[in-house]
Design a protein around this ligand. Structure first.
Ligand SMILES: Cc1ncc(COP(=O)(O)O)c(C=O)c1O
Length: 282
């Protein structure tokens, strides 16, 4: 497939990043992953808004976002993804500078911009049957609201889940549920949706926002409030939501079976609305 790299469209195996790029040296950058449903980009504006915010919070020069947007569309065309289930990956780093130094390089350094696309197989089995998740102490930094490319804790958390025959790890900080390694967490109790409030400890997920809107439209009350780890067993239903997992039911948390151990009716209703929306939204 073709990729976009600093203004050029080139074969992705011809993209080479300098060892002096600050993304390589310090994970000094931000990224977005955007979903294509049958070739249609979902919530692209929200992803660009969040990318801009992440870059500003990191004090990285914001590249021309209109050009990046155009490049995303061009890659979809050039890579024949106009009808495909796929992902677009956008990464911006602070740029390349020699010698290695922690503090910011001079102002004239240009950010490195990389965009790629790939085919994506929706996780239908998990969406249908539900998944097991683990609860683990949150080992991440305190700016999880920034979609930074520094993902090592998330890598370790996800690996632990996989090694434990689970699908996702949900981070717990000071006894409170935060979010997953690549997902947000929601629970249903007595017909109400409860999800942890936005803070510097969780990412403002775009799927989370869509799910909140869906609940509003369905008349399901939404409470954005802290969830204590010990209280997780009050939930009738739980789910993880995110760009790559859509709305995926949780049927087990550690050794505790959620509800009847099968996806519940509220989760199903939200899923149905979600999939209607992704096919209709531009
Ligand atoms: C830590 C974290 N939380 C939540 C999410 C879900 O966000 P979104 O719905 O925007 O994909 C992600 C997505 O990758 C994530 O990395």
């Amino acid at each position: 497939m073709k990729a976009y790299f600093n203004g050029k469209f080139i074969s992705e195996d011809k993209v080479f990043i300098s060892p002096f790029d600050r993304g390589f040296q310090f994970a000094d950058g931000a990224y977005e992953v955007v979903r294509l449903y049958s070739g249609k980009l979902f919530k692209l504006d929200d992803h660009f808004e969040r990318l801009e915010r992440s870059l500003k919070e990191l004090k990285i020069k914001v590249p021309d976002l209109k050009e990046i947007r155009k490049a995303v569309y061009q890659l979809i065309n050039d890579n024949n993804l106009t009808d495909a289930h796929a992902l677009a990956y956008i990464q911006v780093t602070r740029g390349m500078f020699l010698p290695r130094q922690h503090w910011f390089p001079p102002n004239h350094i240009q950010p490195t911009v990389y965009i790629s696309t790939s085919l994506f197989t929706p996780h239908n089995k998990e969406i249908e049957n539900g998944v097991k998740v683990l609860l683990e102490n949150d080992i991440r930094w305190s700016r999880c609201d920034i979609k930074s490319i520094a993902l090592l804790p998330n890598v370790l958390g996800r690996q632990k889940a996989i090694e434990s025959n689970a699908y996702e790890t949900i981070w717990v900080r000071n006894d409170f549920i935060m979010e997953g390694t690549h997902t947000n967490f929601c629970g249903i109790k007595n017909g109400k949706l409860i999800t942890p409030p936005l803070s510097n400890f969780i990412l403002a997920g775009i799927t989370r926002k869509v799910v909140v809107q869906i609940c509003d439209s369905l008349g399901i009350p939404v409470y954005e409030e802290p969830i204590k780890k010990q209280d997780v067993e009050i939930f009738d239903e739980c789910m993880i939501v995110g760009t790559t997992v859509d709305v995926t039911p949780i049927i087990q948390i550690n050794d505790w079976k959620v509800g009847d151990g099968i996806p519940g009716p509220f989760t199903r209703e939200i899923q149905n609305e979600f999939f209607k929306l992704v096919m209709s939204d531009e």
